[in-house]
Structures are given as C-alpha cells and as structure tokens.
Design a protein around this ligand. Structure first.
Ligand SMILES: *Cc1c(COP(=O)(O)O)cnc(C)c1O
Length: 376
C-alpha cells in the first residue's frame, strides 16, 4: 500500500511554536503476536520495522500540515522528486528504552529536535517545530510499544525529512515530508562491548570548514562509505577521519565521536565545528565533569595519538554514539603502521561511563540532568 503524497483537503497547518494534532489511523493489518515475537528474537540492527510511522507534510505558504500516524507504507516516488537528485535530506537517531517497571524512556529527545532544526537550516530545508518532532516520536513509541524489546534491547527511532517537490531546478524544495519510522534493535554487543579496530583514512576526508560536517545529512554518509570500505579491506571495523586542511587532527569515525583518556585521569575530545555534535558526546562530557574529571575539547593529532599510546600517557580511547553507546578502540591501523591501546582491551573509564549512561537511559539510576522523558 502506498501513502499519497498529495495534500488532503483543509488540514490544520502549523507555524513554529504552534501545537499540531496527529490524526491516528491504526493499521488494519497488524503483525501477529507470533510473527512479532519471531522478529524480536534476534532483530539485529535496522532490518526489522514496526507496524506504524508518523508523517507530516510541508508546503511553502501553507506550512506543516496533515500530521498522521498510520500504517508503515511505501512512499510513491516521482522520478523527479528533488531529494533523488540533489540530496536535500536530513535524519536523526534516538532510542526508546523499556524500564524495569514496564514504562518507556526517551533520552534527550529535545536535543535531537534542536539538532534536526540546525541540520534543516544548513540544508535550506523547512524548520520543524521542536514540539512536533517530539510528539511524532512519542506517537510512534506509544502505538508500537509492543515492539520495544526488553533487556538490553531498545526501539531505534529514525526521524527524517526529504525534499519532496517534483522539480529538477537547483533550489531549496518548496515541499517536504517529515516522517518517523521505528526499528527494534538487540543489544549492540552481545556480552559487553568488544574493542574495535580502526583504520586511519589518509586519502579521504569527511568534512571541511564551511561544509556539512556538523549536520546529520545522508550525503555525509554517502561520502564516507568508500573510506569505510577501505577500513574493511584493511581488516578494520571502522574508519577514523582526519581534518581536511592539515590531514593531522583526529575528527571522528564515520558515525561516532571519539574520546581519549590520559594517565592523569583527564579526557580529551575533538572540538565542535566540522564534526557532528553528538548527544552521546555531550552527555559523556557532562558525566565526566560531574565526576570531577577534566575534559578538554581540543585538537589531537594522529602523531600525538601514536606517541601517547607508545609512551603509556594515553590509557584509553573510545568511540561513542546512540547506536553503540560507547565502543572501546583497541587497535589503530594506518598506512604508516599499527598501534594498540590499553593492550587492545576495553578500559575502566570507557566501561564506567558506558554503564552510567546506560543506567540513566533505562531508568536504573537517578537522572541529575533531567535527560529522561517518560513516554509511558
Ligand atoms: C549521529 C552521529 C554521531 C553520534 O551522535 P549521537 O547524537 O551521539 O548519536 C556521530 N557522528 C556522526 C557523523 C553522526 O552522524
């Protein structure tokens, strides 16, 4: 079944800050309990989807309208749909976590909503009010609550926006579709996070000053895939990018930020600018500072990284993001040689921060910064 992209008659429209009401149309072909249980047994990442989606349309002059929660379905794609040609597309990623009391938490969805707005601004797309973003996410969580795995699993939510004007001219689209889909995911790592090996990309860069590095747009990922493939060819799990000007300073992985931990207990993470401002990154900075640790947001070169790993000054390195939370980095490989960190094992700072963050997300500990939003 396809969803009509045409506007429906006389819907409520909304400008920034106004409330918008979602029409709820539950699916008439829900997945059976038996089929859902089978899908939830080992969902992996991003392959299993729930029954519903939220969708809101935007038309220039009319604003946001037609907010609906309905059966997950195909979009009919006109071959001239703007997003297919000029890649005006942004997305977000966040999770719903089942608490032990059966309720459901979201983690800092307001931060995702604000980042979505800054992504839209950079990509010359329509601004979605923060309240509509959060409402759409919550509606999907509520209607598909049966799909939220227990234990260490979670429901991965993917809000996104595409340029939907049928026009080949190069200009910002006059029409957009915002949607939220949901995908149950198992624990990213079975039996605790295994340290990852990373490949230093010396040929490809991810982002330049003035570009889109700080924006969650699909185009950044398209441009990173060749470098990620090179990492795999070199036997590594992930690629790490260096800055585009000097080709020295560590930026981030393809989809995760990076932290370094030193022998004096301090942490360092690359400064914002050309990297994606991760919500996990921000939360880790806060938690580490709460614990009295010094956290510097400073440039760090690959030569320094290598030297500090060799001298023992560097104790740990880890990557972080919503999907995997924290992944220790055990080994770094580059054209100029390999080095290991902490003997290739996960370190106590990474693992401690990981537990602290996960405990907050699942509501197992107190939430000093009011990061949790209870949906159910
Ligand atoms: C989403 C993303 C991250 C991590 O951000 P979180 O908000 O922590 O999930 C890091 N780098 C890139 C390139 C990303 O797209």
């Amino acid at each position: 079944m396809a969803v009509s992209l045409a506007s429906k008659p006389a819907p409520a429209s909304t400008a920034e800050g106004e409330a918008m009401k979602f029409e709820i149309h539950p699916t008439d072909h829900p997945t059976s309990d038996k089929d859902r249980a089978a899908k939830l047994a080992d969902p992996g990442f991003g392959r299993v989807f729930t029954d519903h989606m939220a969708i809101v349309r935007y038309t220039q002059g009319k604003g946001w309208h037609d907010a609906r929660v309905e059966s997950r379905a195909n979009f009919p794609l006109d071959p001239a749909l703007a997003v297919l040609h000029y890649a005006q597309e942004i997305f977000e990623g966040l999770k719903a976590y089942k608490r032990d009391d059966g309720g459901v938490n979201l983690f800092r969805p307001d931060a995702n909503a604000r980042r979505f707005q800054s992504s839209a601004d950079r990509m010359a797309m329509a601004q979605l009010p923060e309240s509509v973003f959060i409402d759409a996410v919550e509606q999907v969580v509520r209607i598909d609550r049966a799909w939220i795995p227990g234990g260490e699993g979670s429901l991965y939510l993917r809000p996104f926006m595409i340029a939907s004007e049928v026009f080949l001219g190069v200009k910002p689209s006059a029409e957009y579709i915002f949607a939220v889909i949901a995908s149950p995911v198992g624990s990213y790592f079975k039996g605790g996070p295994a340290p990852v090996s990373i490949w230093v990309s010396e040929h490809y860069t991810r982002a330049a000053v003035g570009g889109t590095g700080a924006v969650k747009c699909g185009g950044n990922y398209a441009a990173s895939l060749r470098a990620q493939a090179e990492a795999i060819e070199h036997g590594c799990d992930q690629v790490v990018f260096l800055d585009a000007v000097e080709r020295r300073y560590v930026e981030e992985l393809g989809g995760m930020n990076v932290f370094f931990v030193f022998d004096d207990g301090s942490l360092l993470t690359p400064p914002l600018g050309t990297i994606l401002p991760g919500i996990t990154r921000d939360s880790i900075i806060q938690l580490a500072r709460d614990a009295g640790k010094q956290v510097r947001e400073e440039v760090y070169s690959i030569e320094q990284w290598r030297a500090d790993a060799a001298s023992g000054k560097l104790k740990e390195a880890f990557a972080c993001g919503t999907a995997a939370v924290i992944s220790p980095i055990g080994k770094v490989r580059s054209a100029s040689g390999d080095f290991v960190i902490n003997g290739g094992a996960a370190g106590p700072v990474a693992m401690g921060l990981r537990k602290q963050l996960v405990d907050i997300q699942y509501g197992r500990t107190n939430d000093p910064h009011n990061w949790i939003r209870k949906v159910l």
